[in-house]
Design a protein around this ligand. Sequence first.
Ligand code: AHG
Ligand code: MN
Ligand code: MN
Length: 344
Amino acid sequence: MRQVTVTEHLLLHQKKTPMATGRFTSLLNELILSAKLISREVTKAGLVDVLGFTGETNVQGEKVRKLDEFANNVLIHRLRRSGVLCAMASEENGDLIQVSGDLPQGDYILIFDPLDGSSNIDVNVSIGTIFSIYRRPLHKASGSPSLDEVLQRCDKQVAAGYFIYGSSTMMVYTTGNGVHGFTLDPSVGEFLLSHPDMKIPEQGRIYSVNESYWNYWDQATKDAIAYFKSTENALGKPYSSRYIGSLVADFHRNLLYGGIFMYPAKRKPDGTYAGKLRLTCEAAPMAFIVEQAGGMATDGVNRILDYTPTELHQRVPFFVGSPNDVRTVREIMLRSTSDAVSGD
Ligand code: AHG
Ligand code: MN
Ligand code: MN
């Protein structure tokens, strides 16, 4: 069988698109090299001193693990020097990471979650890296970009993808021409095409949610999740429940098998409701990928790709997966909310 690398695939299938430029290819190659370095470190995690916490707390108020820090440093270090970016943003950094001074600049903007699934890092469960790429608006292309140049409507992404460090290391990505999966062949050190043109099943059989938060959900959310456990749903029997706790891993499984991943808004101590997942580095890239694979992504009701972030670390409720299941959640939520308003 002919072995196709990511670069070859990009050139073979996208000759006529602007994404096949040398600059975009270098950006992907830098991401790939960073992921290989992260993958290597993840693989030998028990042998070297990379387990546990650094003692720091990140901008999200979460304890930073050593592998979070390692992955973040690798990505920042490599991508800064790539010459194709004008700014970066990471889940781990409060502010934009500027690419300026003596470093060459390009017009791409990269937003990433360096290591997703932190709670699983030390216990040999799949984790990942998520990335989202935008282009700098043309009319503003000089000097360091401002935050509003980075906070573009989510449907302006030009590429998005993830690396999953699991039983094998894979890269799954889209540039708006379908979703393609590549598996790292460790013997040659290359990601080779293994999953061309991935499509999510229209109807899922799996629901993924951290159900321990039941008491923090509003009635519409409870109604939506009860649907998947009921015997009166599209399957006529309860869906299977699978929750890894790494968005990348839960998403990847559902992409292949069909299903829905949910991280609904939770009630906070002050009585307001909020999601946990980050719009720019988690929900938006996964939304782009899933739509390209024939799926859907919403905040329960509204399409994620229609959002324009108002801040870098904005959080959203997130429902993503097979179109039938995400659509059903939307219908239940709309119905449940209108019943509550009309007092039924
Ligand atoms: P991160 O490790 O990048 O902070 O992301 C963790 C996220 C996501 O990967 C996962 O789906 C979710 O948090 C799990 O949260 P709960 O432990 O609250 O279920
Ligand atoms: Mn994450
Ligand atoms: Mn993370």
